[in-house]
Design a protein around this ligand. Structure first.
Ligand SMILES: Cc1cc2nc3c(=O)[nH]c(=O)nc-3n(C[C@H](O)[C@H](O)[C@H](O)COP(=O)(O)OP(=O)(O)OC[C@H]3O[C@@H](n4cnc5c(N)ncnc54)[C@H](O)[C@@H]3O)c2cc1C
Length: 428
């Protein structure tokens, strides 16, 4: 029986609710959003001695953070060659190495805070969907070493079976770093760590607007944060609301748009089959524009996401599309039931880059293009460093975010973009 329910939340212990406290009238830092960005920033701020108040409209992890594919990647969405073209060699190197440090940071924070989230240093596999994509891998491998001193391994078509039990790909690129997490356990572990360090967390608290005070108040407050449970004065604000940031920060309206991605999980597979399909238990994604990303869960389910799926359509239509994509790669899964199916929302901009910096005196970090498991944790921590007056590693600072013309109904926009990219994947 397929359940329209997220495997990760269904298979995690029931989280502690953060509903028991009145809002403080004032605080040092308000963090808006309780995903990886917000909980990581809150943890670092509280450890740095700041009085932190995290406000989450729904519940911890409700956004993308409890529902994603759990691929903790040590790279960026853009290949290094594209980054060099867009930003020049030095900034591209800094961006790439920040992503590597982001993966290391995730591993370290899980260890330091004893977060039980099934972390496994799996490394990742990028799978060439077309012959030309493997040639791109060869150039990328050389460039990664030349520009960043970073080593990846290539697997030619004839040897793919050592990594994936399928004939569908034209070669692979293996990134040995990074790993996989159980996303819901990870975000709840970060929230608990932040609370232990002294952060105050308030769920079911929606920020409606943020006003900058003309003159700082006598207690140093510079912002008035208006919520549906009352107002909070703060010296600093961290915007960690990702896809929804434009709903209360007018400057981001029409620039950050939400895109839904869907995932299914099969019933648990026999151990022998699971070990044949993904022998080294790595996380996997392919090279299409509308890519598929997949992995095994700790109990050997195939967890498959991506494909051309649409927001606002009947769930069954998206399940069919996901299942078709999965069976193209692993036909032997046709006999296995789909037991879970869910969607989640990512924030994207036209730049297809991460964005972190300052707007109108407030700090923000968002839009990690499918790499937020690591980048959100890292950049959330960098934002905290900035507030604490420490050195900051943020090569994504203040990249311009173009406005999208006529972006009012954001659902149709994301659907059209996906359909167009899906078409390009088929023809090019
Ligand atoms: C289906 C799916 C699969 C993905 N797979 C991967 C993957 O395998 N690897 C990877 O690296 N990345 C993946 N991602 C992306 C990754 O999950 C995100 O980049 C990351 O979770 C972003 O974290 P965040 O804290 O910035 O945002 P979110 O987790 O989205 O959190 C933002 C929070 O802000 C809250 N909020 C919004 N507005 C307000 C308001 N007004 N007041 C208070 N709170 C508010 C929301 O309720 C939400 O909980 C995936 C995303 C999805 C949707």
């Amino acid at each position: 029986m397929t359940q329209h329910e997220c495997l990760w939340t269904a298979s995690a212990p029931a989280p502690r609710p953060y509903l028991d406290k009145p809002l403080p009238g004032k605080t040092d830092v308000v963090v808006v959003g309780g995903g990886y960005t917000g909980t990581s920033a809150a943890l670092a701020l509280a450890k740095g001695g700041a009085r932190v108040t995290l406000l989450e409209a729904q519940s911890i992890g409700w956004g993308a953070s409890a529902r994603n594919g759990g691929q903790a990647l040590s790279c960026l969405h853009d290949p290094l060659a594209h980054l060099v073209e867009k930003h020049g060699r030095d900034r591209a190197r800094a961006m790439f190495l920040a992503a590597v440090r982001a993966a290391e940071t995730v591993e370290q924070v899980i260890k330091d805070e004893s977060i039980e989230c099934d972390y496994w240093r799996s490394g990742s596999v990028e799978a060439a969907s077309k012959p030309a994509h493997f040639e791109t891998f060869e150039r990328e491998q050389a460039m990664l070493y030349d520009v960043a001193g970073y080593k990846v391994q290539l697997v030619p078509k004839g040897e793919v079976a050592s990594e994936l039990g399928t004939q569908a790909y034209h070669g692979l690129m293996i990134n040995p770093r990074g790993g996989s997490v159980q996303p819901a356990k990870f975000v709840h572990g970060l929230a608990s760590a932040a609370e232990r360090a002294g952060a105050e967390i308030h769920e079911a608290t929606r920020v409606l607007a943020i006003e900058r005070l003309g003159l700082p108040a006598r207690d140093g407050s510079r912002f008035l944060v208006r919520t549906d449970r009352g107002d909070v004065h703060a010296k600093d604000v961290v915007l960690a609301a990702n896809a929804w940031v434009g709903t209360f920060i007018p400057e981001f309206r029409g620039r950050v748009f939400p895109v839904e991605s869907f995932i299914l999980a099969t019933e648990p597979l026999p151990a022998e089959l699971a070990a044949r399909l993904i022998p080294n238990n790595r996380v996997v994604y392919d090279t299409r524009r509308v890519l598929a990303y997949y992995r095994l869960s700790p109990d050997n389910r195939m967890v498959w996401g991506g494909e051309v799926t649409f927001s606002g359509v009947r769930p069954e239509a998206n399940i069919h599309s996901l299942r078709r994509g999965m069976l193209r790669i692993f036909p032997e899964l046709s006999d296995f039931k789909i037991e879970y199916y869910w969607g989640g929302t990512l924030g994207l901009t036209l730049t297809e880059s991460a964005h972190a910096g300052m707007i109108d005196g407030m700090w923000y970090s968002m839009c990690y293009v499918g790499h937020g498991v690591t980048l959100a944790v890292y950049l959330g921590r960098q934002v905290a460093n900035g507030i604490l007056g420490r050195s900051v590693d943020n090569p994504f600072a203040d990249l311009p975010i173009p406005r999208i013309p006529l972006l009012r109904d954001r659902t149709w926009y994301a659907n059209v973009v996906k359909a167009w990219y899906g078409f390009l994947d088929r023809i090019a």
